[in-house]
Design a protein around this ligand. Sequence first.
Ligand SMILES: C[S@@+](CC[C@H](N)C(=O)[O-])C[C@H]1O[C@@H](n2cnc3c(N)ncnc32)[C@H](O)[C@@H]1O
Length: 228
Amino acid sequence: MSRGVFWRVYARWYDALWDTGLTAAVARRVVQEVPPELPVIELGAGTGLVTRELAAARRVVRACEPDPDMRARLVARDLDVEQVTDESIEECHPPAGDCCVVAVNVLHLVADVPACLEHLRWMAGPHGRVVVVVPTAQATLGRVARAHRSAGAGATHSVLFLLAHVVLGPLAALAGVRLSPAPLARPSLVGVVGDVQEVHVLDGPDRPIDGWARAVTSVHAVTHQCQL
Ligand SMILES: C[S@@+](CC[C@H](N)C(=O)[O-])C[C@H]1O[C@@H](n2cnc3c(N)ncnc32)[C@H](O)[C@@H]1O
């Protein structure tokens, strides 16, 4: 199975599985971490669940999503976003000035996480900011389903969520899509949402950053395998 086919299937089910109070809480937490004066570039925007909240609260200059099926759903939302592009994290270029780069649940899908973090910090500019959300080390399938439930999803959602991922897990493996998280070092951690999502903030290179070097080096030692 190709990656494209996997994402076509996932795109079809994505909102049914993830458009819950949990994702809304993650998106609100991300919005809190975006300085109001900075324009936003979102990478791996998917179907636009986080973009929706960002666009309502902040100036989103670019929402990037490389997969055509996921991007089609993002475009269909018709959000207040200046530009939607097909750029991947690796090939995304910076805007003219400082910005806030947002990447939610994307980092675990890239081949070289440290290089990606460096690229994001470069994109953000000297006084910019990077806001990254990754699954926590505790984010097993069961825990994520429970977190959705605690955030208001019903029992039907839990059954659908678990069943869908039992099917999607092997499909992802066949397609070579890595669905394991890349935990980051705790110094950049600013919050945990629903026990299963970590929010990290990394400031631009000209600001004193406690823990940036450790954040970059520690992701080399990814040991935890998430069941998602
Ligand atoms: C799990 S989804 C998350 C979507 C969205 N950020 C959200 O939280 O709802 C991951 C998204 O990242 C995209 N993606 C995968 N690899 C990527 C890469 N190298 N650069 C940018 N996006 C990527 C996928 O196409 C998919 O839409």
